[in-house]
Design a protein around this ligand. Sequence first.
Ligand code: FES
Length: 110
Amino acid sequence: MKWFKIAETNKVDASIQKIKVNNQIICLINTNGKYVACNVKCPHAGADLSNGWLENNQIVCPFHRHKYDLNDGRGAAGQGDYLPVYKIEKRDDGLYIELPEKWWKRLFRI
Ligand code: FES
């Protein structure tokens, strides 16, 4: 896992927005000042989750309304799927996201 800086301030106003970090498009979510991030593609059929909305600490997909818990990415009961979620950390100099390193970068780091 590796931390990447995603904002110069530790406050982002929009509730859901797309950001690009480490050549990946990620959804950055602000739930009343608490930040979390997730994959932008819905695991069900690939819809853009940045067009979705928030309900009870879940993100709701705009296509078929599947719901994913923002704490652990688990799909709602009966969905049987999972959305990768990522930690966001507020630091004095901005916001940081923790992302897994690409497998080929880990492989050739020696
Ligand atoms: S594409 Fe997201 S619920 Fe179907």
